[in-house]
Design a binder for this molecule. Structure first.
Ligand SMILES: *Cc1c(COP(=O)(O)O)cnc(C)c1O
Length: 412
C-alpha cells in the first residue's frame, strides 16, 4: 500500500490504525508495513556517552533516578496525541490531590519550581497585576515581601523562594518569630530534612503560623520514603508542600509536585506556564511529564515498600560480604532519618594495610568497566560511602566485586 492509501485505510478503520500504531515505532505509523526499518539507533553509543552503575544516590548531576515501565508508557502514549495542557493539569492535579490528601495539586518542573510557584501563588493570589510584577519591587506593588525561616533551615533551596523577590528573615526561637512578624510577612517556611537541626518542630511551627495568621509551607523534596510522607504534611495542615518527582519516586527527573490549599495551587497555576508574563513561564512542564509524574506516584503507592526495603538490605549484605573479605575493611550501615531514607553504607579501610584514598578509589571505580559512581567526595580519606536504592537488580554483585578488587590491589 502507498503511504496515502495507508492513511485513508487507517482513518476509516480506527481499530486497525490503533493496532498499527501500537505495533510499529511512531515514525513509521504511516510508512508502508513492508518498508524495512534500519537498525535501531543507540544515541548513547553514537555520542560516546558514559553510562554507569549508580551506587551514589538520587543526585541531579547523575540524572538522579530511572523511570519505570509505567512512567515510560505514560510518556510514550501521551507523546502521540494532542491534549489541552490545562486539561491535563486539571485532571492529573485532581488525581494526585486525592492520593496525597490535599485540597489541590499540580505537576511542576521539580520541587524547586514547586517552591517558587507556591510562593508566587501566596504572594499574588489571582491578581493579574501582581502576577506581572514578580519578582520586582514587591513593596511598591503592595505585595508582601518577607518569609520567615529558621536559620538551620537554610540549605540553598530557599533560593527557590527568593526567586519570587521576597527576602528571607532568619529566626531561631518562637520569640524570634513573634518579633519577626510584621505587615510585610507573607509566610513561614520549613525545610523538613533539617527538622532535627532546627529548634522549632512542625507542630509548633504550624501553631505559630496560625497565631500570626500566616500560611506555613514545607519542602519535603527528597523525603519519600516513607510513603506516608506523601500525605503526612498535608494532614498536619501545611498550606503547601513541595515534592520532587525524580528522586526515590522515580518519576520524570524534570517533574515535581506542588500540593496544598486550593487557592494557593490555583494562584500558582496562574503564575506558571502556559501563561506568558509570569515568573513560571520558563518552568514549562508538558503533558508527558504531567502524566509520567502521575503514573510514577500511582506506581509508587501500589509498590510493596517492605519488600523493597528487604531487597535493599539484601544488596547491602551482598556488598558487605564481598568487601569485608579484604583484611581491615569495615562496613557501617546507617539510615538517614529524614531525606534519602534508605540504607547508606560506609566502607572503611585500614590505611596501614590498604594504600588508597577516598577520591582515588572513586576515580578507579568510575574509570572501570562498567563504570561505577559512589559517594567519593567529602572528608574521610579512608572510606567511601554508597547507597543501593538506585541499583538495578544484580548490580550489587558487580559493585561488591569491583570494590573488593580495587581494595585488594591497594593492599599489601
Ligand atoms: C532535591 C531537592 C530540591 C529540588 O528538587 P528538584 O525536584 O530537583 O527541583 C529541593 N529541596 C530539597 C531539600 C531537595 O533535596
Amino acid at each position: 500500500m502507498k503511504r496515502r492509501e495507508i492513511i485513508k485505510w487507517a482513518a476509516v478503520t480506527p481499530a486497525v490504525g490503533a493496532i498499527i500504531g501500537s505495533l510499529v515505532p511512531f515514525q513509521s505509523v504511516f510508512a508502508a508495513p513492508d518498508v524495512k526499518l534500519g537498525p535501531k539507533r543507540n544515541l548513547i553509543k553514537e555520542l560516546g556517552l558514559r553510562t554507569f552503575i549508580n551506587a551514589a544516590g538520587t543526585y541531579t548531576t547523575m540524572t538522579a533516578s530511572l523511570m519505570n515501565e509505567e512512567v515510560m508508557e505514560a510518556i510514550d502514549d501521551s507523546s502521540r496525541e494532542f491534549i489541552m495542557l490545562n486539561e491535563v493539569q486539571d485532571k492529573v492535579g485532581e488525581k494526585i490531590a486525592q492520593m496525597v490528601h490535599s485540597e489541590a495539586a499540580m505537576v511542576t518542573a521539580g520541587a524547586f519550581s514547586a517552591l517558587t510557584l507556591g510562593m508566587a501563588g501566596i504572594l499574588t493570589g489571582t491578581d493579574q497585576e501582581k502576577i506581572k510584577q514578580l519578582p520586582h519591587r514587591l513593596d511598591e506593588a503592595g505585595i508582601k515581601s518577607e518569609v520567615i525561616i529558621q536559620k538551620a533551615h537554610f540549605d540553598g533551596y530557599e533560593h527557590a523562594l527568593s526567586n519570587t523577590g521576597i527576602s528571607l528573615v532568619p529566626v531561631e526561637t518562637a520569640n524570634d518569630v513573634d518579633r519577626a512578624v510584621n505587615q510585610k510577612s507573607a509566610s513561614m517556611h520549613f525545610l523538613n530534612c533539617n527538622t532535627l537541626e532546627g529548634k522549632i518542630k512542625h507542630e509548633e511551627w504550624l501553631q505559630l503560623a496560625k497565631k500570626h495568621n500566616l500560611p506555613a509551607t514545607i519542602d519535603i523534596a527528597a523525603d519519600v520514603p516513607p510513603v506516608s510522607n506523601l500525605w503526612k504534611f498535608n494532614d498536619m495542615g501545611f498550606s503547601f508542600v513541595a515534592l520532587s518527582g525524580g528522586k526515590a519516586i522515580c518519576g520524570p527527573q524534570s517533574a515535581g509536585v506542588l500540593m496544598g490549599k486550593k487557592n494557593i495551587v490555583a494562584a500558582a497555576r496562574l503564575n506558571d506556564s502556559p501563561n506568558g508574563r509570569t515568573i513560571g513561564r520558563g518552568m514549562k512542564v508538558n503533558k508527558e511529564e504531567m502524566l509520567g509524574m502521575y503514573a510514577a506516584l500511582d506506581s509508587y503507592l501500589k509498590r510493596d515498600h517492605d519488600k523493597e526495603w528487604k531487597m535493599w538490605e539484601d544488596r547491602v549484605a551482598a556488598i558487605k560480604g564481598a568487601v569485608t573479605k579484604v583484611k581491615g575493611v569495615e562496613v557501617t550501615v546507617t539510615v538517614p532519618p529524614i531525606a534519602n531514607h534508605s540504607p547508606k553504607m560506609n566502607i572503611k579501610w585500614d590505611r596501614e594495610q590498604t594504600k588508597i584514598v577516598r577520591s582515588e578509589l572513586g576515580d578507579r571505580l568510575r574509570q572501570g568497566n562498567p563504570s561505577i559512581e559512589v559517594i567519593a567526595w567529602g572528608d574521610d580519606e579512608n572510606s567511601i560511602d554508597l547507597t543501593v536504592f538506585m541499583l538495578k537488580p544484580g548490580q550489587e554483585k558487580i559493585v561488591g566485586k569491583r570494590i573488593f578488587k580495587e581494595l585488594s590491589k591497594a593492599s599489601s
